[in-house]
Design a protein around this ligand. Structure first.
Ligand code: CP
Length: 307
């Protein structure tokens, strides 16, 4: 096992998170370098992705490294029955770092147990998405000028949305006030509610996406209902259209409010929000390159700023 792996945001301390944010800021100012000259990154995506895979690959390319991997596991020997263990052991022969998305919760943790190469979890089922959290934190810091004491509304699929789980675990260090807006079927899992209770974090659960929630928020974190996690299509049909943010709903929001979304979106943010200066989701995705450059260099033990 490599201790520089990043499987869950809970694996790193507040200080390590702040170090990653400083690194991200460095890479925003210095996006291109040869820090990974001669190194190879493997991107193994057992689930679809646009932003995560392409921003990780952009990060490696901008750092002067090379990328191998697959974006569709059906083109790999997984389709012939090769196990995840054997796949990871093989790729460890070729790459200096493994960046992996998998549909099974715990798959990235398992990968760390069968290799000495650092593993970065690019999303495991409905569990965690720590690199998304680092770009979310970076986006929050850039737009709010601080992480402390913010009012954060999380809206939509709080059950299956791995990004909100990771974000909650990261923000718990920064004295937040949370508003969780979801249908009863998709409420924040009890284990995360328990974290809030145990750590004295203020939170309120809502089923209504009310003006009070919107107008008190510093960050409105919208999420997609994760159709691919439902075993019953009818259950998805019941909840898929419950919450849609429209531009008019932002009329009385705070001046510093920013709307975030890990993307992709379906219908939870109307297109008429896109031109509102408070819409930040496209810039948020761009921040993913800097945050992932930070994660990769940390995982490989590269000092930033370089000597
Ligand atoms: N935010 C996110 O994980 O997007 P992708 O699924 O496109 O990687």
């Amino acid at each position: 096992m490599n201790t520089n792996s990043l499987v869950s945001i809970s694996d790193i301390t507040k200080e390590e998170m702040l170090d990653l944010l400083e690194r991200a800021s460095y890479f925003e100012a210095h996006p291109n370098s040869k820090l990974l000259d001669g190194r190879v990154a493997a991107t193994l995506f057992f689930e679809p992705s646009t932003r995560t895979r392409l921003s990780f690959e952009t990060a490696v390319n901008r750092l002067g490294g090379r990328v191998i991997g697959f974006s569709d596991a059906s083109t790999s020997s997984t389709s012939k029955g090769e196990t995840l263990k054997d796949t990871i052991k093989m790729v460890s022969n070729y790459a200096d770092i493994i960046i992996m998305r998998h549909f099974l919760e715990g798959a990235a943790r398992y990968a760390t147990e069968v290799t000495d190469v650092p593993v970065v979890n690019a999303g495991d089922g409905a569990n965690q998405h720590p690199s998304q959290t680092m770009l979310d934190l970076y986006s929050i810091l850039k737009t709010q000028g601080k992480l402390e004491g913010l009012n954060i509304a999380m809206v939509g699929d709080l059950k299956y949305g791995r990004t909100v789980h990771s974000l909650l675990m990261a923000m718990r260090y920064f004295n937040p006030v949370f508003h969780f807006v979801s249908s009863p079927q998709l409420r924040m899992p009890q284990e995360y509610i328990d974290v809030c209770r145990r750590e004295g974090i203020a939170y309120t659960e809502h089923t209504e996406f009310s003006p009070e929630v919107i107008n008190s928020a510093d960050i409105l974190y919208m999420t997609r209902v994760q159709r691919e996690r439902f075993s019953d299509a009818m259950e998805y049909e019941k909840v898929k259209n419950l919450y849609t943010l429209r531009n008019a709903m932002l009329a009385d929001s705070k001046p510093n409010l920013r709307v975030l979304h890990p993307l992709p979106r379906v219908n939870e943010i109307d297109r008429d929000v896109d031109d509102n200066p408070k819409a930040y989701y496209f810039e948020q995705a761009r921040n993913g390159v800097y945050a992932r450059q930070a994660i990769i260099t940390r995982a490989l033990g590269i000092q930033i700023p370089p000597k």
